[in-house]
Design a protein around this ligand. Sequence first.
Ligand code: SF4
Ligand code: SF4
Length: 57
Amino acid sequence: MMDYPKVNQEVCAGCAICAEVCPFDTIEIKDEKARIIETNCGNCRACASICPMSAIQ
Ligand code: SF4
Ligand code: SF4
């Protein structure tokens, strides 16, 4: 099973930088929190690398 990145909802600031860089366009921002749609995720880790809060692990 693939180990997709997870967003720590308590740390996420809702800045949407992760959604902008995601090449699979699979991060939604809802109620100022990021959510990864795992079925579309390519597991490239670009979101985790760029998050200024280190909220994605
Ligand atoms: S880049 Fe990080 S802080 Fe910004 S919305 Fe994405 S997960 Fe949240
Ligand atoms: S790992 Fe890559 S494809 Fe998956 S949500 Fe993050 S940026 Fe998008």
